[in-house]
Design a protein around this ligand. Structure first.
Ligand SMILES: Cc1ncc(COP(=O)(O)O)c(C=O)c1O
Length: 416
């Protein structure tokens, strides 16, 4: 694998103790030292309110803008004003659903999917109280995938919005957004994307995806606990939001319900800076010339390097796990399909409850998660209950093949 793993791991202080094995990254990733420093630097040097007429306060205004600029490049937005900060993805999706509640009409339709995290389902379902019809795009049991033909069956002239994840936080399936964008736009509706579970695994590109809104969380992309939203400028401007009189009635301010988490934004900027640094180390990777420009080129390359490496890691794990016939993996299990999924695996060990497997792994200092990971509808569709779903091992690019070996050897030796 032509990937600078030692260089990468050297950035993350938490990984210095190689006895701890972090396979719970879909819940939250570790952070580079540069992120720790950026957060600490803000709190020690300029922990003041924005908007004041003194240097430190002006610095806060400046780095908020810098973070918007960095995130705009990270998602390939047209402009920094398309980025708004929020507490987390769940809260941002809820406020967006409340904004849409003001413009949707009784009888209009919103489509949600069985593949999604409940954070991108429940806020839309709540619109039913206003006579908005919410339709479910079912997941295919085979491969835990969304079939575009099923979307065709449920789309109608009243369809106003499709809310869909870019990747499953439970089983790793990646969703092709382009055909969804084409269809919902043909009905003059919006594509609302939850990118939380994908963003650590590959390049975000809102122009390529063709979406109208996209949500992400800092703590899933090597940053602090903070969320952010991207929205197309016209859509951001036109949606009515709930904001107090002291918040300007313009995007992105009107999406930020008060003082943002300054130290979080500083850390998020540093997290994006880490991706850029990885991109500078990956200059050997070819990029289309239009993408190979400035910071976007570096970020794109950084995430491409991650994607390529993770594909190999995914293929390796899926191949090796076949040696353990008592382990059943959900979703796409063919090592040849590694490109269609992230390295987030939900599995069961025959004869052992998921919680027991997690506890036994934890004893060996291998950190995973068990349960429905906020996707009860998905697991029900896959034929699993709250008792039987599942163990989740979620890897990112700082995990290694030898960690996969240690994990699988521990599963193999587990008393069943
Ligand atoms: C796909 C997905 N969407 C949304 C969320 C909620 O994110 P947050 O923790 O930022 O509220 C999560 C969290 O695990 C997630 O995985």
């Amino acid at each position: 694998m032509d990937f600078p793993l030692d260089f990468v791991r050297g950035f993350f202080p938490a990984l210095a103790d190689s006895n701890d094995l972090y396979f719970d990254n879909a819940a939250g990733t570790q952070v580079p030292q540069t992120v720790v420093e950026a957060v600490g630097d803000h709190l020690t040097r300029r922990n003041v309110q924005r908007g004041g007429r003194y240097r430190l306060s002006e610095e806060v205004d400046e780095f908020l803008q810098q973070t918007r600029e960095s995130l705009a490049v990270f998602v390939n937005a047209h402009q920094p004003d398309e980025i708004a900060f929020g507490a987390n993805a769940t809260g941002l999706i809820r406020s967006m659903s409340l904004a849409f509640a003001e413009v949707l009409k009784p009888g209009d339709e919103v489509i949600v999917t069985e593949l999604d995290h409940e954070a991108n389902i429940a806020p839309w379902l709540a619109l039913e109280a206003r006579d908005i019809k919410v339709k479910f795009w079912p997941v295919e049991r085979e491969g835990a995938r969304l079939d575009i033909e099923k979307l065709d069956e449920i789309l109608s002239d009243r369809s106003r919005l499709v809310a869909v994840t870019k990747a499953s936080n439970a089983v790793g399936t990646i969703v092709d957004l382009i055909p969804i964008a084409e269809r919902i736009h043909a009905h003059k509706g919006y594509l609302f994307v939850d990118a939380v579970a994908f963003a650590a695994h590959g390049p975000l590109d809102v122009q390529f995806f063709g979406c109208d809104f996209l949500i992400c969380s800092g703590h899933k992309i090597f940053g602090p606990h903070i969320g952010f939203l991207w929205g197309k400028k016209e859509a951001m401007d036109s949606l009515p939001t709930f904001h107090e009189f002291f918040i300007p009635d313009r995007a992105p301010d009107k999406y930020e319900a008060g003082t943002p988490n300054f130290e979080g934004t500083a850390g998020l900027n540093a997290a994006v800076g880490y991706i850029e640094e990885l991109g500078r180390r990956s200059r050997h990777l070819p990029l289309p010339p239009e993408e190979d420009v400035g910071r976007r080129g570096d970020m794109r390359r950084g995430m491409q390097a991650v994607r390529q490496y993770e594909r190999t890691l995914t293929g390796y794990l899926l191949r090796r796990i076949q040696e353990l016939p008592f382990v059943e993996v959900q979703g796409l299990t063919d090592p040849g399909q590694a490109a269609l999924r992230t390295p987030t695996f939900s599995f069961n060990v025959k004869g052992l409850e998921p919680a027991k497997v997690s506890r036994l792994l934890a004893k060996e200092r291998i950190f995973v998660r068990d349960g429905q990971v906020d996707c009860p509808r998905l697991f029900r569709a896959l034929g699993l209950s709250d008792k039987t779903a599942g163990v989740r091992a979620s890897l990112v690019h700082y995990n290694s093949g030898s960690e996969v070996d240690r994990f699988l050897d521990t599963l193999k030796d587990m008393p069943r």
